[in-house]
Design a protein around this ligand. Structure first.
Ligand SMILES: O=C(O)c1ccccc1NCC(=O)[C@H](O)[C@H](O)COP(=O)(O)O
Length: 215
């Protein structure tokens, strides 16, 4: 499917950002979460966002940010989207949008059909949804864990246009994931890395080609 939108998350260097842009990424994500091997200081994320401006949507990923961090991230990165990847309530998602004036993408963890019940409330306030696997037991990160959820859970779900599928995707499984879910937007981190935090230009290009059905 050539209209599939692809986000490459957790980019940390100019070289890997350029690889994502040259391969045709639609969105590029910068993680600001000190526990993550993909963590970037806000000024570093801002430098990469300026490099990508006009070529892809820039996403700053935050986890349960307070108002001061939100303001600092909006100022330093000037993001097209703020991705909230913590336990933010629907009310907080709406407030983040109001306070920053930025589009907000809310990540929702999915493990069982029960988790789908939260989606309408988030869909009502978020500009976009990202469905990710819930972290496995013992995980120290709320995302970027390289694990998938059962895509067939989405068969009965009514999801807003543009909802992104995420969690454990790579060049080998992304086409099947798209076909099974009917979604047209995907996000990846671990699946284009050689080790946590180290993106690989060849894997980025292979992922984007596979998502767009060019292999
Ligand atoms: O990637 C991280 O290190 C991270 C840290 C804290 C919160 C979220 C994080 N990543 C969120 C993403 O958007 C990932 O791309 C998504 O979870 C998929 O990751 P993966 O399964 O590794 O492809």
């Amino acid at each position: 499917m050539s209209n599939v939108r692809v986000k490459i998350c957790g980019l940390g260097t100019e070289a890997t950002l350029d690889a994502a842009l040259e391969a045709g990424a639609d969105l590029v994500g910068f993680v600001h979460f000190p526990r993550s091997p993909r963590h970037l200081a806000l000024d570093a994320a801002g430098r990469l966002a300026r490099r990508a401006r006009g070529r892809a949507e820039c996403v700053i990923l935050l986890v349960d940010p307070d108002d001061a961090l939100l303001a600092a991230a909006a100022e330093a990165v000037d993001p097209d989207l703020i991705q909230l990847h913590g336990r933010e309530s629907p009310e907080r998602v709406a407030e983040v949008h109001r306070r920053t004036g930025r589009a907000v993408m809310k990540a929702v963890g999915i493990a069982t059909a029960d988790d789908l019940a939260t989606l309408p409330a988030y869909a009502a306030v978020a500009d976009r949804l990202l469905l990710d696997a819930k972290p496995p037991p013992g995980a120290t990160l709320p995302g970027g864990n390289g694990v998938s959820f059962d895509w067939d859970l989405l068969a009965q779900a009514s999801l807003p246009a543009g909802t992104m599928l995420s969690g454990g995707l790579d060049a080998a499984n992304v086409a099947e994931a798209l076909a099974r879910t009917g979604l047209t937007a995907v996000d990846v981190s671990s699946g284009v890395e050689v080790r946590p935090g180290e993106k690989d230009p060849a894997r980025i290009a292979a992922f984007i080609a596979a998502a767009r059905g060019r292999v």
